[in-house]
Design a protein. Structure first.
Length: 186
């Protein structure tokens, strides 16, 4: 996938038939300030603070607030004839999946802490708050996981419909039902 800088200040992907454009403002708002990689300490450029921004120059244009790796990552969500909203939907599902993994990790850690306290002989009434927190974490994780499954199902349905529509015959051969109640005019 190659990206091409436009005079409109943004990046686009695609051939002459359909182009997908991400504006500079969207890239900045999803870039360093709210970058999912920075938030999870995975920035390849070492950006960790809220007020730090990555800068680079491409084709004599200076960009600040995001990196090309992140642009390519975002554009990697695009497939075929999709719109920018489909890309943001997939990105949102990705972010939700990251949060789901964090919630599950917290749930497991809290479960281990409760087991340790039970082994130490801490009274159940003293652990009521921890047990309540564990139940809340489980419910959050289950609900988010359910919503993720629904979201991925929507994406998969849309992709399969897109693939199937290219194989559907056009005209009367593509009709689901044929009307045989037509009367011949004389």
């Amino acid at each position: 996938m190659t990206t091409e800088l436009e005079t409109r200040k943004g990046f686009e992907i695609g051939g002459s038939d359909k182009k997908l454009f991400i504006s500079n403002q969207e890239l900045i708002s999803h870039g360093c300030k709210n970058c999912i990689w920075r938030l999870h300490n995975q920035c390849s450029h070492g950006i960790v603070k809220d007020n730090e921004f990555y800068e680079f120059t491409e084709k004599d244009v200076k960009h600040s607030g995001y990196c090309m790796e992140y642009v390519n990552f975002l554009l990697g969500f695009a497939e075929g004839q999709e719109s920018i909203s489909a890309v943001w939907e997939k990105f949102s599902l990705y972010v939700s999946r990251m949060q789901s993994l964090e919630d599950y990790k917290e749930y497991i850690n809290l479960s281990e802490e409760i087991k340790t306290k039970e082994a130490e002989g801490v009274l159940p009434k003293d652990m009521a708050h921890l047990l309540e927190q564990k139940e809340i974490l489980r419910l959050y994780w289950e609900r988010l996981n359910f919503m993720l499954q629904k979201g991925y199902s929507r994406v998969a349905d849309r992709e399969s419909k897109s693939r199937d529509s290219s194989r559907t015959p056009i005209g009367i051969m593509g009709a689901r039902t044929v009307n045989f109640n037509m009367i011949e005019k004389k």
